[in-house]
Design a protein around this ligand. Structure first.
Ligand code: ZN
Length: 247
């Protein structure tokens, strides 16, 4: 039995090839930056980086079977992920795999399937530098907030604003404030059958968000939180043995 968490970092990987600004910040793709950080953290057994252009879109049964937690970054090609692959990810989550949807992953097929809502929001990309964001920790006792200051400040970001069309989160870890006045539920947790889902807002492709130590720390904390818990002997669904006698 493997000890430690097996992570798959799934990255769409298109902006890095097509947008010079993005390539400059992430020459090897943002997935590699996240993966390289996670690989060095205690309790992580392995990190596999998958991209949309990989065989089976990096989402084969074999990869999913060997993944405890998957992180997901996608933006412009959500519709290129096949329905079959999206459903396979959804099913694996319901069986226990953790999923961390990041930034524009709010409209990714697996996340939307798991939410069952349209997941819309408002956004503003303001000039070359964007605007300031503070992600306030609103649940200091939550494991995803472990070791963080009371807020994370990102000087240059794209704004995401409410209303965010998600089902009410089971737990809310961060609320963002933006310079333009909007607020946003930036760190949301859900349980979906045996699996856990975390949505984490930061990560616009033209800003160096995934080079920020605190953002990476949140992703690591979320990986640990979302790792599967297993009932000894599994669990039963469906018809069970009738009671023979009731006292
Ligand atoms: Zn963005």
């Amino acid at each position: 039995m493997t000890t430690g968490i097996r992570v798959t970092v799934w990255n769409e990987g298109l902006h890095e090839k097509e947008l010079p600004q993005c390539r400059e910040i992430y020459p090897n793709g943002m997935g590699r930056v996240i993966g390289a950080y996670l690989e060095k953290q205690p309790g992580i057994a392995s990190v596999h980086c998958s991209e949309l252009s990989d065989p089976d879109q990096g989402l084969s049964d074999d990869i999913l079977e060997h993944t405890d937690v998957m992180t997901w970054w996608g933006h412009k090609a959500h519709d290129q992920v096949t329905d079959e692959n999206a459903r396979r990810v959804q099913k694996r989550v319901q069986q226990g795999m953790g999923l961390i949807a990041m930034h524009s992953g709010h409209m990714s097929k697996p996340f939307m399937l798991l939410m069952g809502t349209a997941c819309n929001l408002k956004w503003r990309e303001y000039g070359e530098h964007g605007e300031k964001e503070r992600l306030w920790v609103v649940d200091p006792a939550h494991p995803i907030a472990d070791g963080l200051p009371e807020y994370i400040e990102l000087p240059n970001t794209e704004m995401y604003g409410e209303p965010f069309g998600i089902p009410r989160p089971d737990q809310l870890v961060f609320i963002s404030w933006f310079q333009g006045g909007e607020v946003f539920r930036s760190g949301c947790c859900w349980h979906r059958e045996a699996g856990k889902v975390f949505y984490f807002r930061p990560g616009h492709e033209t800003f160096p968000i995934y080079h920020d130590e605190l953002v990476l720390k949140v992703i690591y904390n979320a990986v640990k939180w979302a790792a599967p818990t297993r009932l000894a002997g599994g669990y039963t669904q469906g018809n069970v043995e009738p009671l023979e006698e009731m006292d």
